[in-house]
Design a protein around this ligand. Sequence first.
Ligand SMILES: NC(=O)c1ccc[n+]([C@@H]2O[C@H](COP(=O)([O-])OP(=O)(O)OC[C@H]3O[C@@H](n4cnc5c(N)ncnc54)[C@H](OP(=O)(O)O)[C@@H]3O)[C@@H](O)[C@H]2O)c1
Length: 244
Amino acid sequence: MRQMFITGPSRGFGLALAKRLDTGNSQIVGLSRSRGDFTGNYIECDFSNPEAAARTLEKTFAQTNWHNFKSVVFVANSGILEPIDFLEKLSVRDIQNSLTINLAGSFICLQQFLIATRELQIPKLFIQISSGAALPERAKPSWSLYCAAKSGQEQLVRTIAKEQNFVSFPAKVVNFNPGVMETAMQELIRSTPQSAFPEVDRFIELKEKGQMNDPATIADALAKLIDSFESLNSGTTYLFSDFL
Ligand SMILES: NC(=O)c1ccc[n+]([C@@H]2O[C@H](COP(=O)([O-])OP(=O)(O)OC[C@H]3O[C@@H](n4cnc5c(N)ncnc54)[C@H](OP(=O)(O)O)[C@@H]3O)[C@@H](O)[C@H]2O)c1
């Protein structure tokens, strides 16, 4: 039996992944602000409040009966893209909230995961759901918060992969770039006026031409990545297309 933790299982990619992995050989715990359509073991957790989120994770891990499991996987999937606008238009509160949920949220998930599993001698995998927005050549106007957070998440993973070289029972930590998926996040992009997001037409065109992936397809790819645990290189960013 595998113990899975997924943040943001209430909708979109997190929900598709929870459904894909609900095969009887995984126990799935999901953490988000709402349950949405997630039917597994749900824990309320809001990453906009980092101290409360850290306590929730600590308690969740403390209640896990690790002896029942042959491996553990944590998927840090929760994320927000809003607000989409030029930096001059963002409030300080917008900046703080977005970076807290996306970036501090990932730090807290990874930190609490490593603390809780430090002495476990089973395969341990932490997957950060990243984005093409992390790449230098994919910086987009009006996405400063999201691009900066996604780049930061990827570098966090690379850094922690190196730290794990110094511990007795290291976990593998990897990034996963899921590509463009048809979720609420894409609906938000398409509904943003061009004045706030100059590149909006490109995303409307992707939808019109049917060039976005179904989250279920990408969940299949991530399930294959998880099954390839032995061959994964810690610190690497994997592309969904590597596992289709
Ligand atoms: N869609 C794409 O094209 C695309 C492309 C590249 C990368 N990604 C990445 O894929 C991941 C999933 O995105 P998605 O497209 O599935 O987006 P989505 O449909 O908007 O889902 C986002 C998830 O994050 C959770 N979340 C948001 N704020 C939260 C908070 N404060 N605390 C806890 N959980 C929170 C939401 O749950 P609650 O609202 O219930 O809290 C929801 O389950 C994100 O990391 C995103 O950056 C998406």
